[in-house]
Design a protein around this ligand. Sequence first.
Ligand SMILES: [Zn+2]
Length: 150
Amino acid sequence: MGIYLYSQKAIDAYKKKRKRDAAKAKKTLEKLATSSPVLQALINKKASQMAWAMQKKSPKKKAFEPPPAYVFGMGKDFYKTREWREVRYKALVKFGKKCQCCGETGGYIHVDHIQPRSKKPELELNIENLQVLCEACNIGKSNKDTTDWR
Ligand SMILES: [Zn+2]
């Protein structure tokens, strides 16, 4: 019965107002976000959490795989550990994203163990044993050569 009390004009006006209010709220939020890096970070964090949740819901996407815990002598899984990724990243910061042998900057950059893991596994997380090489140089070097190109 209630619905007959509202004219189409009133309903349209109400819808218009809601749209206006939503636009205004969005604008205010955007203004706030750009004015404060803290809020911007919070909004970005929320957005990435939502994207993450949506990705998890989707059956097509691969489920999140936590990095394996580092243990000495773990073989290929070593490259998935947080410990390796941290020291690898530090090496890239220290030496730059450029092949230290030939100067190549394009393509996939490798962080190479100067003394190969197979021979000196105790140095696998030592940044002093790392150098940045392009794919071609790293494949050329293989695990036989131990030239320090830094
Ligand atoms: Zn190279």
